[in-house]
Design a protein around this ligand. Structure first.
Ligand SMILES: *[C@@H]1O[C@H](CO)[C@@H](O)[C@H](O)[C@H]1NC(C)=O
Ligand SMILES: *[C@@H]1O[C@H](CO)[C@@H](O)[C@H](O)[C@H]1NC(C)=O
Ligand SMILES: *[C@@H]1O[C@H](CO)[C@@H](O)[C@H](O)[C@H]1NC(C)=O
Ligand SMILES: *[C@@H]1O[C@H](CO)[C@@H](O)[C@H](O)[C@H]1NC(C)=O
Ligand SMILES: *[C@@H]1O[C@H](CO)[C@@H](O)[C@H](O)[C@H]1NC(C)=O
Ligand SMILES: *[C@@H]1O[C@H](CO)[C@@H](O)[C@H](O)[C@H]1NC(C)=O
Ligand SMILES: *[C@@H]1O[C@H](CO)[C@@H](O)[C@H](O)[C@H]1NC(C)=O
Length: 650
């Protein structure tokens, strides 16, 4: 039978790339199953059925599953961090982690999230190809699926996200929410997809669709804000942008998180940490937090991640969501009808060290279980994959001891393999490293991201229509904080060192938070939403000395009525460069944002609000949707153009 010659296989591989096969063309209709099997046996040496791209995905999955050892199945069920070694080599490991070669070759993992900045797309793409080459050398040659936390948002706070590095830089999702523009969100996601694809990232560990109903929570900046309906609308565009209309070889699959909504954190603490285990529902409002997840499922979300937290004061057992069968199986799968992959949040089984800080396993409510029993609970709850862990030996032991049926593993491994096939990874996992350098961070992508940073600015106050500053020149003196004087000097503007000597003060301020100790914990901006008395006094002196324009990076809804009162104008931003800030100040761009949440009046007001209830902060300083516009400068009704303002050119 010449039908399955190597050449024909290769030709089909090429056709797959042209995505012809994904429109439904495959040979299932023509080749009965039993024939497939006999041929696979006969041609084992040349082309096993699972590698034959002319066959239907379900048949390829079953063929592969049938060949896998218990150890190979267990390896699929782990999704671990992947470090890049020197010069893009495979990481050799250290005291805290095994080498990549060991994790791939011995522990047989094929799902990894890339950690560390991407500073050179070509290098990253080359590294990615090297990883796939290593995967090809394993017994079955199962390709790697590479995932990533968000990398496209301008942020100075790494920890739960990454510096944008060489990718185009956009505001945080909060900024996209401020623009209320689903088509922009889709464009963002399509561009992020192209940049991911170029370096081999095929799974997005996002969107984060938690609702910011508790303003003190440290992870609000990665959400779409407080409103379930707006979040649902935007996440739909987001998922469609990354995945496309239908998941295929040009898609990035998405992991929607954190089921069933990580927003209602007790006292606003976070469940990465022992003191923040509890998700709480004093307003009996869990249903509100499910709205985004229902929208995600309707939009074709492929994967879900439950949060670390345990539900307190509900009908559900108070154990972490991934250990919780009532949450994962009864609610997510049976009630909401989710059929995709459930991957746990990182590190539920094994104690570890993150950036020098000891972190116990986030086994909330089941702390006393052994590592083995934790793994069994997670499987029993209905999860498919263990995030941030490399413990396949536990799964092997559970099956060997008869605690877990191998058939239970098959249910999850089938889902996981299927995703790889649909993404086209079995047909061609490699990327073109030279092309990556052209795609990633190209001028067009960068410009759209830069524009979004500027447009997402949200104008909270504008006394006497001070903004934009149009009549400024070399003799106008600025007192500045929070950014580099070079940015003004490059615009031929003068910077002075004392507020009293200035015509205007420009302050870029971080929203208030309480610094926490620890290498990892310190990146979480938690606690009080108010500035200290000393800091208020310090700022007040500036406000009294000179008309002051404040730009506050609202990674959380700050409680700063005194800034709104004291500054002549106040802007909110959601991840933006200093150049973006100045372009808005000088009217090159107009701020178009609207607040994606209420701004509470005080810590007391935040505390009085219920964690799970939106828009219940009493007497907010500004409400959801607040956002002023610049006064139209042109009396004849035509639009102004800030570019011509005196002294301000780009
Ligand atoms: C990385 O590459 C540089 C430049 O080619 C070389 O000098 C250096 O020794 C390399 N480092 C490693 C660890 O291979
Ligand atoms: C490496 O893997 C082995 C086998 O799973 C494990 O016992 C060991 O703790 C791992 N080493 C590190 C540093 O994680
Ligand atoms: C969580 O809720 C439980 C039950 O109400 C309570 O005992 C515990 O102190 C709360 N906080 C933490 C961090 O567990
Ligand atoms: C875990 O064990 C400790 C010590 O035996 C005990 O005090 C604690 O109540 C147990 N916790 C749970 C959640 O069962
Ligand atoms: C607006 O201008 C008037 C007159 O110059 C001044 O008295 C007032 O303080 C200004 N208001 C603000 C908010 O700066
Ligand atoms: C400001 O920018 C200049 C030019 O880019 C740089 O040399 C200088 O180190 C920066 N200063 C600070 C405080 O970041
Ligand atoms: C700043 O002034 C210099 C010298 O007059 C001029 O060459 C340059 O174009 C000016 N830059 C801007 C941004 O106006």
């Amino acid at each position: 039978m010449g039908f399955h010659s190597r050449k024909f296989g290769a030709l089909l591989g090429f056709l797959t790339f042209s995505s012809l096969l994904w429109s439904g063309f495959c040979s299932r209709a023509h080749v009965p199953r039993n024939v497939l099997h006999s041929r696979a046996t006969a041609e084992d040496e040349t082309l096993p059925a699972y590698k034959d791209s002319s066959l239907c995905i379900n048949d390829r999955v079953e063929d592969l599953l049938g060949r896998m050892t218990l150890e190979e199945k267990a390896g699929q069920m782990f999704h671990a961090m992947l470090y890049v070694g020197p010069n893009g080599t495979l990481d050799q490991g250290d005291d805290t982690r095994n080498s990549t070669d060991f994790v791939m070759g011995t522990q047989l993992l094929t799902h990894f999230n890339l950690v560390g900045d991407i500073t050179d797309a070509k290098e990253t793409a080359t590294f990615y190809n090297r990883i796939q080459q290593r995967a090809a050398e394993t017994r079955l040659g199962i390709p790697v699926t590479l995932s990533s936390d968000p990398r496209h948002h301008f942020t100075e706070n790494i920890g739960t996200g990454f510096d944008a590095g060489r990718f185009s830089q956009w505001p945080e999702t909060l900024g996209l929410a401020a623009l209320r523009d689903a088509s922009l969100v889709k464009k963002f996601a399509e561009i992020a997809r192209e940049e991911y694809l170029a370096v081999g990232i095929r799974a997005a560990l996002h969107p984060q669709v938690d609702l910011s109903t508790e303003p003190r929570w440290a992870r609000i900046s990665g959400t779409f804000g407080e409103d379930a309906t707006l979040t649902a609308e935007l996440l739909t565009a987001y998922i469609q942008g990354f995945q496309g209309d239908k998941l295929g070889p040009y898609s990035v699959t998405t992991v929607t998180k954190h089921f069933p909504g990580g927003g209602p954190m007790e006292n606003g603490e976070d469940s990465h940490f022992v003191y923040g285990k509890n998700e709480t529902y004093p307003g009996n409002n869990l249903q509100y937090h499910l709205i985004p997840f229902k929208a995600a499922i309707a939009a074709g979300a492929r994967q879900m991640m439950p949060y670390y937290s345990r539900p307190i004061g509900t009908e559900f057992e108070p154990v972490g969501f991934s250990f919780n069968k009532e949450i994962v199986t009864d609610l997510l799968r049976d009630e909401l009808g989710f059929e995709g992959i459930v991957v746990t949040d990182w590190g539920l089984i094994t104690d570890t060290t993150i950036r020098g800080q000891y972190m116990p396993a986030r086994a909330w409510g089941v702390e006393n279980l052994s590592e083995l029993d934790r793994a069994a609970r997670i499987l029993d709850a209905g999860c498919d994959q263990f995030g941030g862990e490399t413990r396949p030996e536990l799964i092997v032991q559970l099956v060997n001891e008869g605690v877990i049926d191998e058939a239970r593993l098959d249910v999850s491994v089938r889902r996981l393999l299927r995703e790889k096939f649909v993404l086209g990874l079995f047909d061609n996992p490699y990327v073109d490293a030279a092309a990556a350098a052209r795609v990633v961070g190209n001028d067009y992508f960068v410009r759209l991201g830069s524009e979004a940073q500027r447009r997402a600015y949200t104008l909270l106050t504008n006394g006497n229509d001070t903004l934009p500053l149009r009549s400024v020149g070399a003799d106008t003196k600025f007192y500045i904080e929070g950014f580099n004087a070079t940015f003004l000097e490059n615009r031929n503007l003068t910077v002075v060192s004392k507020p009293e000597d200035a015509d205007y003060a420009l302050l870029r301020l971080a929203a208030p938070y309480e610094p926490r100790p620890g290498g990892f914990e310190s990146s979480f901006h938690a606690g009080s939403l108010e500035f200290s008395a000393e800091e208020r006094e310090r700022q007040d002196a500036i406000y009294k000395a000179v008309p002051t324009i404040v730009d506050m990076m609202l990674d959380r809804p700050a409680a700063v009525p005194e800034v709104a009162e004291g500054a002549v104008a106040m802007l909110a931003s959601f991840g933006s460069s200093s150049e973006a800030f100045l372009d808005v100040v000088f009217g090159v761009y107009e701020p178009e944002g609207k607040l994606p949440y209420d701004l509470p009046r005080s810590d007391a007001a935040a505390e009085a609000g219920m964690e799970d209830v939106p828009f219940d902060t009493r007497d907010p300083v500004f409400k959801f949707g607040h956002g002023l516009r610049y006064k139209d400068r042109c009396a004849d009704g035509t639009e102004g153009n800030g570019l011509v303002a005196q002294g301000v050119r780009r």
